[in-house]
Design a protein around this ligand. Structure first.
Ligand SMILES: CC(=O)[C@@H](O)[C@H](O)COP(=O)(O)O
Length: 256
């Protein structure tokens, strides 16, 4: 029943993107990916050696999922651009999940450096998917710069706090003409559903699965949650009311 997701002309049946950061083992990663139904997994260039054998890359290849390289660990536009160029060579893809982190405590994006890096990379022919704050104005600037999707956070990376600012996230979704992928801060299945119900086109998450007590089971729950949230959004929810509204009218009811 779910319609496919299209990003920059590429179509995905699954609206869930996974990261592998924090996973306890390759077995956990493999079981979680299978249970989630994801087709796209993000990998930090700075954490893997594409030349080495027996890495997570071999595993992803075996599982038949596509790799989305990211610029995790970059704190300036210059570092992120350099990392993206290396990733393009190493992974033979011009897709990049662009992360430019502002500081180590919050791991929040540096908006100024992010926009600068996005503009440079788009100019070099990259398909840029930027991890950004839940700021509708910045989201608009990133879209106008030519980003293929916008990836606003639900909450800071690894916090599992869920959607902190549903109003902003809804505004970003309403105005965007490119896919909106809620990225980071998802803690459990209801958070993923909520983000989808607010209008997000997809969810990107790592910690909620990799650090769950049963990662594969949580990955399965996330799959269902993303599908449920997307279906509910498309179904058109009832308006919220302050007063009760009888589901059956009293009209024509027999007198007691
Ligand atoms: C921007 C970033 O690094 C996120 O994609 C992260 O990988 C996922 O965040 P969570 O671990 O909070 O899901």
């Amino acid at each position: 029943m779910t319609d496919p997701l299209t990003i920059a002309g590429r179509t995905f049946e699954s609206r869930l993107i996974l990261g592998t950061g924090g996973a306890a083992s390759h077995t956990d990663i493999a079981e979680s990916i299978t249970a989630s139904g994801t087709e796209l997994v993000t990998v930090a260039l700075r954490r893997v050696n594409p030349e080495a054998e027996g890495t997570v890359l071999d595993l992803l290849e075996k599982l038949g999922v596509d790799i989305l390289p990211n610029t995790a660990g970059c704190f300036t536009a210059e570092q992120a651009v350099r990392t993206a160029r290396l990733a393009r060579e190493a992974f033979e893809t011009n897709w990049i999940k662009l992360e430019v982190i502002g500081d180590e405590n919050s791991l929040l994006p540096d908006q100024v450096e992010l926009l600068e890096a996005a503009e440079t990379l788009i100019g070099e022919g990259f398909v840029v998917l930027p991890y950004t704050n839940d700021d509708p104005i910045l989201a608009r600037h990133l879209e106008e710069a030519g980003c293929a999707a916008i990836m606003p956070l639900a909450a800071p990376i690894g916090t599992g706090l869920g959607v902190r600012n549903p109003h902003n996230l809804a505004m970003i979704c309403d105005q965007a003409r490119v896919p909106v992928i809620c990225d980071a801060g998802i803690g459990t299945a209801s958070d993923a559903s909520q983000a989808m119900e607010l209008g997000c086109d997809a969810i990107m998450l790592a910690t909620a699965v990799t650090r769950a007590e049963k990662p594969a089971l949580m990955a399965h729950a996330m799959k269902l949650a993303v599908e449920a949230g997307h279906a509910a959004r498309n179904a058109g929810r009832i308006p919220r009311r302050h007063l009760a509204h009888a589901s059956t009218t009293f009209e024509g009811m027999a007198e007691l």
